[in-house]
Design a binder for this molecule. Structure first.
Ligand code: DQA
Length: 145
């Protein structure tokens, strides 16, 4: 089973970016962690990162015929993008939302997610481990459905 892991804007700067919130490990470290976690579940993953909303939408649309499901950290677009919400609805692939930080305990403007209503689950505040958990949730769902 092939899963697409999408990371949104500024996540390419992991390690440099607000390390007190997002940690000291880099985006390359995250990609490595995701591949290892997927391998343990027998999943194949592709990791995609973009700072552009349209590119994320294109990746979701292109996933339709290639991937069994999506793990998505849309970063700041989480709180603004009806278009990403609509793209997930359009392709109707099972998706799990993940955030490194606990968005429910941060600024008011981060507490609402446009993606939660179209995802199976939202996992937040667990750092890299949240991606492993998201892959587990998706894997379980894919085996059942
Ligand atoms: C984030 C949380 C978002 O509010 C923020 O804009 C990000 C990262 C997280 O992983 O904790 O860029 O999605």
């Amino acid at each position: 089973m092939r899963v697409l892991v999408i990371n949104g804007p500024n996540l390419n700067l992991l390690g440099l970016r607000e390390p007190a919130i997002y940690g000291r490990q880099s985006y390359a470290d995250l990609v490595q962690f995701v591949h290892q976690s997927a391998q343990q579940l027998g999943l194949t993953v592709d990791c995609f990162q973009s700072n552009h909303e349209g590119a994320i939408i294109d990746a979701i649309q292109a996933a339709r015929n290639t991937f069994a499901g999506i793990v998505i950290n849309a970063a700041a677009y989480t709180h603004t993008s009806i278009a990403i919400h609509d793209a997930l609805l359009a392709v109707a692939l099972p998706a799990v939302e993940v955030h490194l930080s606990d968005i429910s305990k941060r600024e008011e403007y981060r507490r609402f997610s446009y993606l939660s209503s179209v995802c199976l689950q939202c996992i937040c505040g667990k750092g890299f481990e949240g991606y492993a958990e998201a892959l587990q949730v998706l894997h379980k769902h894919l085996l059942k459905n």
